[in-house]
Write a protein that binds this ligand. Structure first.
Ligand SMILES: [Zn+2]
Ligand SMILES: [Zn+2]
Length: 280
């Protein structure tokens, strides 16, 4: 039962994170230690997030008010386009991700679990560090695969088949691009010595923001509208990249695009234009 002592204990352990870790560690030790766990978490988060946005796309036909948050309100997402993107995603997962997962499960030993939960500072710095590192790695990869004609045609052009992205376009990519993204997502938390819990939350967050960047939605609560100074590109800038693939190579933030001159002022969405009109 929750009394004042319990509430004090929960608050002093930053919202119960310590209790969550103690519970998971005691009751789901083998699951957390399994090399398959991060893969199952990433893949299931991807499909759940995509199904959420696909539901919104379907609802936007019945609830026109939703269109005010779409970057291209007049865009009709064809079932054939969704099917094509889903089929490639399933193919990549069956042919590449699944065998890699089995190999990892077979060869990689189970990881030891930390005794204590991460502190709030360790957790926050871990998530931020992983996102910044991943963002920089993908920026370099992305820039190289646009600057080199061979790299573009061989590995990245497939992702640009859709000039107005929707959620399933997120992983509509070549096996090499998927492998690069999967490698950084797995290795970055290890490189930064992140706690198990921090690594897992980073993976979930990374999948969510990557799908959000392709969702075609620009909500008032989207990160690009919450993080100041246009520091977060999000769905609006990534949509601009798909429409005009010479700028906005950073997947999430904007600072490298600013510093390296690959930013453009030509990104906008009708949702943003309407918001500016309302704010004016
Ligand atoms: Zn994209
Ligand atoms: Zn690109």
């Amino acid at each position: 039962m929750l009394d004042s002592t319990n509430i004090k204990y929960i608050l002093s352990n930053w919202g119960g994170m310590v209790l969550i870790w103690d519970y998971l560690r005691t009751n789901h030790k083998e699951m957390l230690r399994s090399p398959l766990f991060p893969i199952v978490v990433s893949v299931s988060t991807y499909f759940i997030t995509c199904l959420f946005y696909t539901t919104l796309d379907g609802l936007s036909k019945l609830v026109p008010a939703l269109n005010r948050y779409r970057i291209h309100p007049d865009q009709s997402i064809k079932p054939s386009g969704i099917l094509k993107a889903v089929m490639l995603t399933l193919y990549n997962h069956l042919v590449f991700v699944f065998p890699a997962s089995v190999a990892q499960w077979y060869w990689r030993p189970s990881l030891p679990l930390e005794e204590r939960a991460p502190t709030a500072l360790e957790f926050t710095l871990g998530i931020l560090g992983c996102i910044l590192l991943f963002d920089f790695q993908y920026y370099l990869w992305h820039l190289a695969h646009h600057r080199s004609q061979w790299l573009y045609v061989t590995f990245h052009a497939i992702h640009h088949e859709y000039s107005k992205p929707f959620c399933w376009v997120t992983q509509y990519m070549s096996a090499w691009e998927l492998a690069s993204v999967g490698f950084w997502t797995t290795v970055d938390p290890v490189f930064l010595h992140c706690h198990h819990l921090t690594s897992t939350v980073f993976m979930v967050f990374n999948v969510w923001i990557s799908v959000d960047a392709h969702s075609g939605y620009d909500f008032p609560w989207s990160l690009q509208n919450l993080i100041p100074f246009g520091l977060w590109g999000g769905s609006v800038k990534h949509d601009a990249h798909h429409r005009c693939p010479t700028t906005h190579f950073q997947p999430y933030f904007s600072h490298w695009d600013w510093l390296c001159g690959t930013n453009s002022g030509h990104f906008k969405s009708s949702a943003i234009a309407r918001k500016r009109k309302r704010d004016a």
